[in-house]
Design a binder for this molecule. Structure first.
Ligand code: WQD
Length: 338
C-alpha cells in the first residue's frame, strides 16, 4: 500500500516508518521537524536500505499538505503530527487546539482532494480521564482532564462523523498508553527537545549523566509501592500495532477505537529498578509531592486489539529499559552530534 505518515520523523513516527518500510509499503513522510530531526529519517533509510519520499511541511499549511497528498496519492494516512505534552497544553491550550484539531481538519480536506479514504490516528489513553474502572476498555467513558487529551477526544469525534458521513471512509483510532524504549539497533529513539516531562526519558538521561537525579512525583498513592502505576508499551510493539492497523483499514470501513497497551501496570519504582538492572547505573531519586493532574494508576484492556488486529505486545519492561539504555548510551545527545 501507499502510506503517508504525518510526523513520520518523530519518536513513534520513525519507529512506525521502519516497520512499514520493512513490510514493503511505499511511504511518504510529511514532517515540519519542529519536534524531530531529519537525521532520524537518514538512520531509518540506512537500517532498512529502503528509500521513501519526504516533504517538509506543517499540517497547518493547507495548500502544501493538499499538494503533497495529491502528488503521493496515498491509500492510507497515519497521522502522528501534533503537540503532545500535557503540561504545555494547560499553559497554551489555543496552540494545542490549533495544531491538533485544525491540523487534522487540514489533513482530512487534503485527503478528500487526493481521494484517500483511510486514516490511522494517533490517539491516547488520556481521553479516558479518571478511571471509573480498570483496566480501561474501549467502552469506558471518555472524559479527558487536560487540553491535550481534549484535542485527542475532539479529533476522535471528528473522525467518527467523517466515517458516518461517507460509509466508505475508514478511521482506526489507536489509544496509546505509555510508549517507551527504542529499536534494537540503538540507532533511533526518543529525543525530547528539552528536559523530559515523561518518566522513561528522564530516567535515561539520569543514567547517562545528563541529569542529576529523578524526582518521584508522590509515593502516597493507593498502589502497591505508593508510586504511580502505568501501562508501558515498547515503541516497537506500538509500531507493529500501526502496521496491523494499516492492514485492517485496507479491509474494513467505519470508525474503530482500539487500546494499544500491554495490559500490565508498572510503578515508577518498578521502572527505576528495571532501568538500573538494564544499564548497570544507579538512578538516584528524591520523593517529592504529587504532580498536578496525575492519575494514581491506569492500564489497558488490550483484548479488542487482539481480536480485531491479531496484535498483542511481545516485549516486557526489561526489554523496554534495555533498548532505551542502548539508544541513550550510543547517543548521549540524541540525534545532535556528540
Ligand atoms: C508516568 C509516571 C508520573 C516523570 C503522559 C501523557 C500521555 C502520554 C504519555 C502522549 C507517573 C511519574 C514522571 C518524572 C515521575 N503522552 N513521573 N517523575 O503522565 O502517564 O502520560 O505521557 O500521548 O498522554 O499523559 O507519563 O511518563 O509523564 O508519567 O515520578 O520526572 O511517572 O507521576 O506516575 P503519563 P509520564
Amino acid at each position: 500500500m501507499r502510506v503517508f505518515l504525518t510526523g513520520g520523523a518523530g519518536y513513534i513516527g520513525s519507529h512506525t516508518l521502519l516497520e512499514v518500510l520493512s513490510q514493503d509499503h511505499e511511504v511518504c513522510v510529511y514532517d515540519d521537524f519542529s519536534n524531530s530531526e531529519p537525521e532520524a529519517l537518514n538512520r531509518v533509510a540506512k537500517l532498512t536500505n529502503r528509500s521513501f519520499e519526504t516533504v517538509e511541511g506543517d499540517v497547518l499549511d493547507r495548500p502544501k499538505m493538499r499538494q503533497a497528498l495529491i502528488d503521493f496519492r496515498p491509500d492510507v494516512v497515519v497521522h502522528f503530527a501534533g503537540k503532545k505534552a500535557v503540561g504545555e497544553s494547560t499553559e497554551k491550550p489555543l496552540m494545542y487546539y490549533r495544531n491538533n484539531v485544525e491540523g487534522t481538519l487540514s489533513l482530512l480536506e487534503g485527503m478528500e482532494a487526493a481521494g484517500c479514504k483511510r486514516i490511522v490516528f494517533s490517539s491516547s489513553a488520556t481521553v479516558y480521564g479518571d478511571p471509573h474502572y480498570l483496566p480501561y476498555d474501549e467502552a469506558h467513558p471518555l472524559a479527558p482532564t487536560n487540553p491535550y487529551g481534549m484535542t485527542k477526544y475532539m479529533v476522535e469525534l471528528i473522525l467518527k462523523d467523517w466515517c458516518t458521513a461517507q460509509d466508505d471512509n475508514t478511521a482506526v483510532l489507536l489509544r496509546y498508553f505509555n510508549p517507551v524504549g527504542a529499536h534494537e539497533s540503538g540507532e533511533i529513539g526518543e529525543d525530547p527537545n528539552d528536559i523530559p516531562n515523561n518518566l522513561m526519558p528522564f530516567v535515561s538521561q539520569v543514567a547517562v549523566g545528563r541529569l542529576e537525579k529523578l524526582r518521584v512525583f508522590g509515593a502516597d498513592y493507593e498502589t502497591p509501592d505508593g508510586t504511580g502505576v502505568r501501562d508501558y508499551i515498547h515503541v516497537v510493539d506500538l509500531a507493529k500495532a500501526h502496521a496491523a492497523a494499516i492492514g485492517f483499514a485496507g479491509d474494513h470501513k467505519g470508525c474503530e477505537a482500539i487500546n494499544v497497551g500491554s495490559g500490565q501496570g508498572s510503578s515508577v519504582l518498578d521502572v527505576v529498578r528495571a532501568f538500573e538492572g538494564a544499564s548497570g547505573r544507579n538512578i538516584p531519586y528524591d520523593v517529592v509531592e504529587r504532580r498536578a493532574g496525575d492519575i494514581a494508576e491506569f492500564y489497558a484492556d488490550p483484548t479488542k486489539a487482539y481480536n480485531l488486529l491479531g496484535w498483542k505486545t511481545e516485549c516486557d519492561l526489561a526489554d523496554m529499559c534495555g533498548s532505551a539504555w542502548k539508544w541513550q548510551s550510543q547517543n548521549p545527545n540524541g540525534y545532535k552530534p556528540n
